[in-house]
Write a protein that binds this ligand. Sequence first.
Ligand SMILES: NC(=O)c1ccc[n+]([C@@H]2O[C@H](COP(=O)([O-])OP(=O)(O)OC[C@H]3O[C@@H](n4cnc5c(N)ncnc54)[C@H](O)[C@@H]3O)[C@@H](O)[C@H]2O)c1
Ligand SMILES: CC(C)[C@H](C(=O)O)[C@@H](O)C(=O)O
Ligand SMILES: [Mg+2]
Length: 363
Amino acid sequence: MTKTFDIAVFQGDGIGPEITGPTLEILKRMASVSTGYNLRFRDAPAGARHYAQTGESLPAESMKIAREADAILLSAMGLPDVRYADGTEISPQIDLRKALTLFAGVRPVTVKKGQNTPLNMPADREIDFVLIRESTEGLFYTQGRGEVTKNEARETLLITRDISEKLFEFAFALARSRKEVGRGPGRVTCVDKANVFRAFAFFREMFDAEAARNPDLQADHAYVDATALWMVQKPWDFDVLVTENMFGDILSDLGAGLMGGLGLAPSADIGLEHAVFQPCHGSAPDIAGKGVANPFAMILSAAMMLDWLGIKHDNADLRQDGTRLREAVEDVVSQGRVLTRDLGGSAGTDRAAQAVLDALFVA
Ligand SMILES: NC(=O)c1ccc[n+]([C@@H]2O[C@H](COP(=O)([O-])OP(=O)(O)OC[C@H]3O[C@@H](n4cnc5c(N)ncnc54)[C@H](O)[C@@H]3O)[C@@H](O)[C@H]2O)c1
Ligand SMILES: CC(C)[C@H](C(=O)O)[C@@H](O)C(=O)O
Ligand SMILES: [Mg+2]
């Protein structure tokens, strides 16, 4: 019998519902013609709007839906003027990452030949690397619990052996699978600030131990400041980068910039059991409700979800559809046929999503 996978859907705030609708439509079309899998979607209310209405940003019922699901699809949550009592913004996605121990924030950076990038890049070059951002601790550890007195404010950066070992194991496994399909040389770079902080020397020590367990792969180190420079000067040299939460948050937006914008940057927060798939961008309140949001990052995140489900459940149809969906978006973008306003075009959300459907089912 064809297996049905339950997907929890966090439509979120701002442009969230606008990009979720067309993404679900594409997934439903793909599942409806596949004989290898079915998808069933369950709505999980959460976010800033929900908090403003109910006083809860991540209700227990939504958390239950997320825990019970095979995968979680999330658009964007948070609005600049909706804040907790301590003055920080509503950010249930951080709570989800912590509650489900989603330590590996996978943020691929790809620029295909012909795709727009602000870099002055030789025409025969492509960019294809993956930034793995630890997503449960680091400088986000005390998020919402920082100590502030009249004259001082403190947050704690936490690096644990348990999470770091899982993180590095994940990073080396990813580099190996990229090498096997010819996507990279099989190299993992530990991005840290071990020249200044003992916590990062500890981080590096555990990275080196994992590197020693993977002698078939290359391993090196880079300081985070130099990494920012090289991401602009020679991003094609990277394969898999692995780093702390806050460093990864910042570098992944730089990676999105290389791709032409946040509207093309997908991500996955992956743990041993659960995973959340969401674009790197936020709720874009400045363009919400106008029908102009770029759905590509969300659709590419959905493709990552199909990949992950396919690998986890050894389902070739899911894996194949993950690849087809990613390639459909890449086709539409690299040919510059249908581009949204953030990418220099004039297409609205629906036309952009329709172009992906056409690439999948008409071309
Ligand atoms: N993963 C998430 O849920 C997430 C990520 C980042 C920010 N946020 C939250 O979103 C809110 C807005 O944050 P921000 O303005 O700093 O970042 P943002 O990513 O929402 O927007 C930054 C800029 O990029 C544009 N943009 C973003 N996504 C786009 C898309 N799909 N199509 C076209 N243009 C797009 C916006 O219009 C804006 O000009 C804040 O409350 C923030 O905390 C949430
Ligand atoms: C909105 C914010 C809490 C979030 C983060 O900092 O992780 C975002 O910037 C991201 O990159 O997913
Ligand atoms: Mg970010």
